[in-house]
Ligand binder design. Structure first.
Ligand code: GLN
Length: 449
């Protein structure tokens, strides 16, 4: 397949009829979508209008490049549901900062991708449009950015996807769909216009077929934004010449085949033990993420955004009716758990304690990065599961699937999931983590795999 850089150059030199090309892409993704459900919404009019604009001015760094966007990122006047019934009909009147940036560079947005409702899940099954794994339709794409990963694997045209991770939602589906998923340092990419799951954890990142392309997109979307209070005003560090690599010992207590595949890919490594990450990251993550989610979701009351009901009763009854009707079971579970963890009387025991263990986890990583530049683990502890297997999981078993991805997310560390091969024809991801703002070390590392 044509490389992204090559394609963009051809568009810039007017060697490609971008409008005709856009028609072809739309035809292909409609066909794929019938079978695989990767899009909640294919933005045909927007794509064709953008193609006309690119035809007139083709100087952008993303000129004519097709980009799909996870449904939790706002695109002006395009329905944005975050995979939820409660946000049906909501059309943001503005573009997220990342969308402004890619449009300015000539990108063509082709659609909003399927995801778990508000990012609540690891398999993209907590939503109506459940995407199917590109390698086996009876299996999950992973989640929550499942649609972005699936289309990135399946599309035959040059394409990138904007995805989002709170606790692993870029790495996990990238691993299950055999593509690259790059999650940047927290604060490097503006969250303005991203619908919040957990504000201290959410990060927009990139998915692509090849690692270099994900970094190419990151370079365009990163940068300080005064509209996001947690946006970083810092540059990325220069890459190191010789990277010191360690594999996280505890992450290898998994399926032997996955372990052997990961070990066979990495040369010259030490083993490092991160016991606090292993022990505390799941409870810490779920307490903090759900506490923040429960406050972030308080704004969906049927008054401002999305679905509503006739206003013929007391406000409290009205809010309850809308929220009961349109939030899914998983969202309700998370609102209740998060509210409980923050409640007077329980706050010390849960939320505040989780804040302390989060610091412990960050310090453990920081210490590891005094000695090493890259930490490695498998991305997921299992092969992409069948939908029938997912149905049998208890909520706790489901949350445990994130054991390897929540650590770097809690610490706001950049990480990348790379395809490292296949077992039983199913893709396996290798995850590399670097210290804050050391994305360039990750890029160097990808060249060795
Ligand atoms: N699976 C994790 C969760 O359900 C992470 C999801 C995400 O990163 N949005 O919270």
């Amino acid at each position: 397949m044509e490389t992204i850089q090559n394609f963009i150059k051809q568009v810039q030199k007017k060697e490609i009829n971008i409008v005709e090309h856009t028609h072809k892409v739309l035809k292909e993704i409609k066909k794929i979508n019938k079978e695989y459900n990767y899009f909640i919404n294919i933005t045909e009019d927007l794509a064709l209008n953008s193609a006309e604009k690119v035809k007139k001015n083709q100087n952008g760094k993303l000129s004519g490049l097709f980009i799909s966007v996870k449904d939790d990122i706002c695109v002006k006047d395009i329905e944005c549901t975050c995979g939820s019934e409660i946000l049906k009909t909501y059309k943001p009147p503005f573009n997220a900062t990342v969308i402004e940036k890619i449009i300015k560079e000539g990108a063509i947005i082709i659609g909003k991708t399927s995801q778990d409702e508000f990012g609540f899940g690891s398999f993209s099954t907590n939503t109506k449009t459940m995407p199917k794994n590109p390698f086996d339709k009876s299996r999950s794409c992973g989640g929550s950015s499942g649609g972005s990963a699936g289309i990135t694997q399946k599309i035959s045209f040059p394409h990138l996807s904007l995805a989002e991770s709170t606790g692993g939602s870029i790495a996990n589906p990238a691993s299950f769909c055999g593509v690259t998923g790059l999650t940047p340092t927290y604060g490097l990419v503006s969250r303005y216009g991203l619908i919040d799951y957990a504000s201290s954890l959410d990060k927009i990142g990139a998915m692509s077929k090849n690692p270099e392309d994900a970094f190419y997109l990151l370079d365009i979307i990163k940068g300080f934004d005064p509209r996001d209070q947690t946006s970083l005003n810092k540059e990325l560090n220069k890459p190191k010449n010789k990277l010191k690599i360690a594999i996280i010992k505890e992450s290898l207590n998994i399926n032997k085949e996955i372990k052997d595949l990961i070990l066979s890919k990495v040369k010259n490594y030490d083993l490092i033990s991160l016991p606090n990450v292993e022990k505390y990251s799941i409870p810490t993550y779920y307490i903090i993420a759900l506490s923040e989610a429960s406050t972030n979701l308080a704004k969906y009351t049927g008054l401002r955004y999305g679905q509503t009901e006739p206003l013929n009763k007391e406000y409290n009854e009205f809010f309850t009716e809308v929220r009961s009707k349109y939030f899914s079971k998983e969202s309700k579970r998370r609102i209740i758990l998060g509210t409980f963890a923050r409640m007077a009387g329980y706050r010390e025991a849960f939320y505040l304690k989780a804040m302390k263990t989060r610091t412990l986890i960050i310090n453990e990583y920081k210490k590891a990065f005094q000695k090493y530049d890259i930490l490695i683990s498998p991305t997921m502890p299992i092969l992409p599961p069948k939908f029938t297997e997912i149905n049998k999981l208890t909520p706790l078993e489901n949350y445990m699937m994130d054991i390897l991805t929540v650590g770097p997310n809690l610490a706001g560390l950049p990480h990348i999931s790379l395809n490292s091969g296949f077992i039983n024809k199913l893709p396996i991801g290798l995850m590399a983590i670097s210290d804050h703002l050391n994305e360039n070390n990750l890029l160097e590392f990808t060249k060795t795999i």
